[in-house]
Design a protein around this ligand. Structure first.
Ligand SMILES: Nc1nc2c(ncn2[C@@H]2O[C@H](COP(=O)(O)OP(=O)(O)O)[C@@H](O)[C@H]2O)c(=O)[nH]1
Ligand SMILES: [Mg+2]
Length: 290
């Protein structure tokens, strides 16, 4: 079954949560997804069964009030996984390395891109900008002269994350054969983006020093899923009561494999470490595809 955006949007609208969008940390994923279930509900028709006939219902007064609900459940996570797998394959064929940047709103994803794009030298880069509404971030990146595609989830129910089908559509607007690297700036949220594979090569999570040392413990999935954590806005540390060693310890507790880089897009401190990680990962991917 194809990802049906209109259907999904109808379910998402108002709460930004798709059907079958279970949070694996709290609930088992929907196993019985992708079925249509006919369920009869009838005020005053206690004891009615799905096999009662219309005539029966007609003969028994209150059942005239019966109404039929059709509940359709899609396992969007499963749908998403398959779309992400084919996008990953397409990006591999094209030799494009994609990085999914995730954080809570305001941690500094766009500021990081503003600081990074002019420092990439010969690397051919493009950006997909994800937000619920507005093209503000795409406009911030326009002066850098790289292809930028804005993805708004607002028309699809205002999702709190980017889903793979929207990312795949947006990738088709990029000249993939002429690119080495695509940054995907996800919708600002520390929970939902972690659950949705976008076919990226690496997930990178940003956490700013104003958000608190406890966030890896409170929102562990996004830190477990990521290869690199960027501790951002370190220029603000002198003004804060922030325990950096404790944050690093919390990150290690949640994911001992996680690489950690501290940086400030404002002062430029730490950007070299980030760029080194980037070029090492990109170089490794290019060598592997030779
Ligand atoms: N002091 C300081 N402010 C920053 C830094 N990076 C981003 N900001 C500010 O934080 C706010 C949110 O940044 P933005 O890049 O839009 O975050 P995003 O929502 O994750 O894309 C903006 O006001 C930025 O100027 C930084 O390294 N230092
Ligand atoms: Mg942004």
């Amino acid at each position: 079954m194809k990802f049906d955006r209109e259907e999904a949007a109808r379910f998402h609208r108002g709460h930004g949560k798709p059907p079958g969008h279970e949070h694996p940390e709290h609930q088992e994923p929907v196993q019985e997804a992708r079925h249509a279930e006919l369920r009869t509900t009838a005020a005053g028709a206690a004891g009615a069964t799905d096999t009662d006939t219309a005539d029966d219902a007609g003969a028994q007064g209150p059942r005239k009030a019966a109404r039929t609900e059709i509940e359709v459940r899609f396992d969007l996570l499963d749908e998403n996984r398959r779309d992400a797998a084919s996008l990953r394959e397409r990006l591999r064929e094209q030799g494009v390395f994609a990085i999914n940047l995730m954080s809570s709103p305001g941690a500094g994803k766009t500021a990081l891109l503003e600081a990074t794009l002019p420092r990439l030298g010969a690397i051919r880069v493009a950006v997909l900008e994800g937000d619920i509404e507005t093209s503000a971030d795409a406009e911030r990146l326009a002066p850098f002269g790289v292809p930028v595609v804005q993805i708004n989830t607002g028309p699809f129910g205002g999702d709190c994350h980017l889903p793979a089908p929207l990312v795949a559509d947006a990738m088709e607007k990029l000249p993939l054969s002429k690119l080495d690297l695509v940054f995907i700036e996800n919708v600002g949220n520390l929970v939902c983006p972690a659950e949705f594979d976008l076919g990226e090569a690496r997930k990178v999570v940003l956490l700013s020093v104003t958000e608190g040392e406890d966030k890896p413990l409170k929102y562990p999935l996004i830190f477990r899923e990521s290869s690199l954590a960027l501790i951002t806005k370190i220029d603000l540390l002198p003004h804060l009561d922030f325990d950096l060693p404790r944050l690093e310890e919390n990150l290690r507790r949640v994911n001992p494999e996680l690489r950690v880089v501290q940086l400030s897009a404002r002062s430029g401190d730490g950007l070299e470490d980030w760029l080194k990680w980037l070029s090492d990962e990109l170089g490794e991917a290019l060598r592997a595809s030779d």
